[in-house]
Design a protein around this ligand. Structure first.
Ligand code: HEC
Ligand code: HEC
Length: 293
């Protein structure tokens, strides 16, 4: 009796957790495209042109802990963050910033994957973790898709920092020279290599051609896809409603999110491809797609 109640509770938590994970979308790199003053609310909605990558340190400097507390609702199926709060599916997170990764926390049974990371949680590591737990620690028990919106991660970290940590915020890198034509990318942005990307495109060839006038297969021909409308044209290819609903045009940020995890980017997509975990490889493929027209 008690044992089956316990099972039902765990099953319920697991289901709730799955729903939470499904409701969240794409993982992305630690950078996203934004204009200097208005962070986009959704991945891939930034307009091109003078877009610049905004480092997380810059976003932290203007982060809003109150919004972060609201964002923490996405975590409360599994976590508490108050002092002395209980462990649930995930550990209590009081004072986690600045603390050792996967240690203590009232004896919480961490995965070997997270224990293997070592070191302490700082803003940079927490940012990576919250972008994509699975990418940060392959094999982690935290079944949470990640937060694709860098501004949301910054808000959340700013709030979490008020829960028993109070670390100084990291210094924001100097802004690129004002008025510089075509706004330079942030120093740490990954630069793609089109030749290497053409080799990686072998992973896509089972479903895609990329030469001009190439045939559609399981996936659409991709010639000229960079800068083109998402899920439109392409010789009448029958796109899923999921991808059609995204709207906008393919740019670096949206292609990066898509290629990281197609299913997370457009839940219900027909592209049955797990994604490319390596940011450099994604940048290479995107650089190649830019030349394929
Ligand atoms: C579906 C349940 C679930 C959700 C939702 C979830 N987590 Fe977790 N979290 C876990 C589990 C399980 C672990 C332990 C991971 C491991 O051991 O691999 C964990 C670990 C962590 C850790 C590492 C703690 C330490 O001491 O090293 C942090 C930080 C964290 N989660 C933050 C968050 C935040 C912030 C959110 C919301 C944006 C969130 N988690 C959403 C289940 C979840
Ligand atoms: C197993 C087949 C398959 C593989 C492998 C695959 N794709 Fe796709 N791809 C598709 C399908 C199907 C769609 C249409 C998705 C939809 O409508 O939801 C698509 C759509 C796309 C689109 C959107 C096109 C548009 O006009 O909006 C891009 C970009 C893309 N794929 C790039 C890639 C790249 C790059 C790779 C390799 C790294 C890759 N795909 C691997 C099947 C595949």
């Amino acid at each position: 009796m008690a044992e089956s109640d316990r099972f039902n509770t765990i099953a319920g938590w697991t289901l709730a957790a799955g729903i939470v994970a499904l409701g969240l979308s794409a993982v992305s790199s630690g950078y996203f495209q934004a204009d200097k003053h208005h962070a986009p609310k959704e991945e891939g909605k930034a307009e091109g042109g003078a877009a610049a990558a905004v480092p997380i340190e810059t976003l932290l400097a203007s982060a809003d802990p109150a919004k972060g507390e609201a964002a923490f609702k996405k975590c409360t199926a599994c976590h508490t963050a108050n002092q002395g709060g209980a462990n649930g599916i995930g550990p209590n997170l009081y004072g986690v910033l600045g603390d050792n990764i996967a240690e203590g926390r009232g004896g919480f049974a961490f995965s070997d994957a997270l224990k293997g990371k070592g070191g302490k949680w700082d803003f940079a590591k927490l940012n990576e973790w919250l972008t994509s737990p699975k990418t940060f620690a392959p094999g982690t028990k935290m079944s949470f898709a990640g937060l694709p919106d860098a501004a949301e991660r910054a808000n959340l970290m700013a709030w979490l920092n008020t829960q028993g940590s109070n670390l100084p915020l990291p210094a924001a890198p100097a802004a690129p020279a004002a008025g510089a034509a075509g706004a330079a990318a942030a120093p740490a942005a990954v630069v793609g290599d089109a030749a290497a990307g053409e080799k990686s495109f072998a992973k896509c060839k089972a479903c895609h051609t990329a030469n001009p006038g190439g045939a559609n297969g399981i996936g659409p021909n991709l010639a000229g896809v960079y800068g083109d409308s998402v899920a439109q044209g392409r010789g009448g290819f029958a796109f899923s409603d999921a991808l059609k609903a995204k709207g906008g045009k393919w740019d670096d940020a949206s292609l990066d999110a898509w290629l990281t995890n197609p299913k997370a980017y457009a839940a219900g997509t027909k592209m049955t491809f797990a994604g490319i975990a390596d940011a450099q490889e994604r940048a290479n493929v995107i650089a190649y797609l830019k030349t394929a027209k």
